[in-house]
Every structure is written in C-alpha cells, then in structure tokens.
Write a protein that binds this ligand. Structure first.
Ligand code: PCA
Length: 196
C-alpha cells in the first residue's frame, strides 16, 4: 500500500483549536489505496517543514498532503503554488515575525504543487463540499511549509500539496464549515491524488 503523510497544525493566533488537526485526526487510517500517517506540526517558520521532511523520510512517503486553517475563506482550497517569501502579520508560535524575507536565499521564486489541484477541487465539489483552487497560500507558516517541501522533494517522485480549510463551527467565527464536511472533502481529495 502507498504511503501518505498528512499533517495538521497546532492552534495559533489566540485560537483554542486548529480545525486542520481536528480534521486530520478524525480521518480513517486508509483512504483510496493509501495508508495515512498523521503528524501535528508547530506553527513556527522553518520548524514545521523540518518536522514534516523528517517524518516523510522516516516513513518513505509517496505523497505529502498538508492541511492548514485559512480564516476568512468559505471553501476548501487546494493551493496551486508556494512562493519564496516569509512575511508574518502576526508572530508565529515562537515569536518570529519575519518581514519580506526569502525562505531559501537564492532559491526559485516559486514552485507549483505536484498534486492535481484542479481535479482535487472538482472532486471535493462533487461530494457536495464547497472547494476552489487557490493561487496564494499567503506568506505565513503554511506557505513556508509548502514551498520548503516542494523545494526539498523536487524531482524526487514524492508528490506534495497543501489544502487550506475554513474556520470550524466550534471557533464561532465566520465564515465557518462543519468539520464533518471538511473530512468528507479531504477524503475525496485523497481519493483523487492520482487522478491526473
Ligand atoms: N494556518 C496558517 C499557519 C497555520 C495554519 O493552520 C497559515 O495559513 O499560514
């Protein structure tokens, strides 16, 4: 069976939960021919990617799918691109607040996700969960993770992608999505990873 590393984040920005980890934790251990390894990541520039790379290499992952909260979005949004930029509007969970710094000095400006993001967005919509492709993962820790993983696993055969999700209902913020719908959407996404 192929191996998929799926990650969620710890809470940040004063929230008590992060819906990404709530959803990841509740996924089954096998989906669509993949066995899932779940990993909780710190909301810390650099450390999140370092931890994900170490675990992906430990389990010899075929695919890495990272999930994060995008407050303000009303849909599940597979990210098309990671950019070589760190810019924090709030400090990360270790107090780092980089301003317009590269992630990798002299590195590529950007990398495209190696998952079929458009097919994945269609698949999520087809199970009745609102989804659309996003063209920006921001410049905070989620983008840091996506860019670093794409750079690290370039030409390795390991596929890498990132999916942002809305606030969950428990967070009492708008717009919000029921975590069960997020789980349904992520399941459809994983079932379509090889649908290129
Ligand atoms: N969302 C943040 C970092 C952690 C998370 O869940 C982001 O979009 O960068």
């Amino acid at each position: 069976m192929k191996k998929l590393l799926i990650t969620g984040f710890e809470p940040f920005g004063g929230e008590e939960i992060n819906p990404s980890w709530e959803a990841v934790q509740r996924l089954p251990s096998e989906i669509g021919g993949y066995s899932l390894t779940k990993l909780l990541l710190p909301v810390v520039f650099g450390d999140a990617a370092e931890s994900a790379i170490a675990e992906a290499e430990r389990i010899s992952a075929d695919v890495i799918v990272c999930i994060g909260q995008a407050g303000g979005r009303n849909a599940v949004t597979p990210e098309l691109v990671g950019i070589n930029l760190r810019h924090a509007s709030i400090p990360d969970n270790c107090g780092n607040a980089p301003e317009d710094e590269p992630i990798i000095a002299g590195g590529n400006a950007a990398y495209f996700s190696t998952l079929p993001v458009r097919k994945i967005a269609e698949a999520i919509n087809s199970v009745g969960v609102c989804a659309r492709v996003s063209y920006s993962a921001g410049a905070y820790v989620c983008n840091d993770l996506l860019y670093t993983l794409l750079a690290h696993f370039e030409n390795s055969g390991v596929k890498v992608g990132f999916i942002h999700i809305p606030y969950s209902l428990e967070q009492n913020k708008e717009p919000a999505m029921d975590i069960n719908d997020v789980i349904k959407g992520l399941t459809a996404a994983i079932e379509n990873i090889d649908n290129s």
